[in-house]
Design a protein around this ligand. Sequence first.
Ligand SMILES: Nc1ncnc2c1ncn2[C@@H]1O[C@H](COP(=O)(O)OP(=O)(O)OP(=O)(O)O)[C@@H](O)[C@H]1O
Length: 236
Amino acid sequence: MSAAKLEITELTAGYGQTRILEGISLSVPAAGRTAVLGRNGVGKSTLFATIAGQTRRYGGQILMDGQDLTAMDGSARARAGLGFVPQNRAIFKSLTVEENLFAGLKERPRGDIEEAYAMFPRLKERRRNMGGQLSGGEQQMLTTARTILGRPRLLLLDEPLEGLAPVICDELMAAFTELASTGRMTVLLVEQRLKAAFDFADHVVILERGKVVWTGTPGDLQEDPETVNRLLGVGH
Ligand SMILES: Nc1ncnc2c1ncn2[C@@H]1O[C@H](COP(=O)(O)OP(=O)(O)OP(=O)(O)O)[C@@H](O)[C@H]1O
């Protein structure tokens, strides 16, 4: 399976009666790496959850290689090649690391979890530990590895570095960059650490109040401190 192109048109979505996304349009080419940035609460996680089919959609289209995801439920989207690593590191705490990884294999043979161990050797060392005994960084590695084993063609990573020590962040970002460089998947990343986002992405989308308000390359954005300050806030 190869990387999928993502095309979102005029997407409006939210929770119950509350609209959060107000007409989002964006396009990510196959094997592209897009960072989705914006202040807290602008709708970044809601965008990912909507692509994954976990919110209420009011209108608009989400096409993955031309296939309309909005016609499918969440599990059908996953089968079609969507991988979503949510912010809350959803692992099975009372299963071992290895059992957590088996859960990600879908139809693939059990031996294929070696792929995950090659990417994150730390997980191999901890393979008999319970998910709940892992550090935050290891839990992030486990969630990511389990999703990758499903061979997604489009991968959504929601703030994977949140709360992690710098050395673990470097390790994770190196793994994401290596994954993306295979060209087998298209990656969208939500990340508050601008340097990590800029180093990873070839394209940046900035949201504000549920709308796309800026798009360009990391280089364009780095040369525009006024935009960084206005849309991403002081402190970056
Ligand atoms: N399950 C939910 N039910 C109702 N409202 C929600 C839910 N999840 C998020 N929201 C609201 O939607 C808005 C956008 O939240 P979202 O988490 O998408 O923003 P974000 O840009 O990812 O923020 P952060 O950077 O803080 O994670 C916020 O006002 C939030 O309170």
